[in-house]
Write a protein that binds this ligand. Structure first.
Ligand code: HEC
Length: 151
């Protein structure tokens, strides 16, 4: 009886550590599609803000703020989709992202923080504060792409 309990408990721990984090994805390809779709949307809305920051599109406080909030929320989605074992294959993600999970997760977190600051700046509506923060956020996207993106 006692042995059985221990077994059940260890199984529960294993499920928690492995299964739960990836349970949302039926297939490895789903995780890849999921993160690429999220990143695609993030990229679209980030580029729209970029055009405003560069002066190529007019600044509309409300629209800019919407883009910033959207990017920040979409960005909350994909971390676990990056960490699915084997999901580097056939994708634009380098294998190092999986072998250096902690560093990858750290970079992910850093970007999250930059995006939160971008939302705050967008809400403030001062282009002098938005510009450098947009640059910082973009720099944190690039840092991860340089390290872990292969295309
Ligand atoms: C922690 C690492 C990391 C951060 C931070 C990051 N990305 Fe990515 N991004 C990736 C990886 C890895 C891929 C390749 C995913 C794949 O092909 O499976 C990618 C792919 C993309 C793509 C291509 C999506 C497609 O169509 O396949 C775009 C666009 C993109 N990222 C934009 C951004 C933007 C904008 C930011 C910052 C707001 C950002 N990324 C931050 C790791 C990151």
């Amino acid at each position: 009886m006692k042995k059985q309990m221990v077994w059940v408990l260890s199984l529960a721990v294993v499920v928690l550590l492995t299964g739960a984090a990836f349970a949302q994805f039926a297939k490895t390809e789903d995780a890849v599609k999921y993160r690429q779709s999220a990143m695609f949307l993030i990229g679209q809305h980030f580029t729209r803000m970029g055009a405003v920051v560069k002066g190529e599109a007019p600044y509309d406080k409300e629209a800019f703020e919407k883009n910033a909030v959207l990017v920040e929320s979409l960005y909350r989605l994909p971390l676990e989709a990056f960490l699915v074992p084997g999901s580097d294959k056939g994708s634009g993600m380098k294998a190092e992202a999986l072998s250096q999970k902690d560093k990858f997760a750290q970079m992910h977190k850093a970007t999250e923080a930059e995006l939160a600051k971008l939302v705050a700046a967008a809400k403030g509506g001062d282009m002098n504060a938005i510009k450098p923060q947009f640059g910082a956020a973009g720099g944190s996207c690039k840092a991860c792409h340089d390290a872990y993106r292969s295309k």
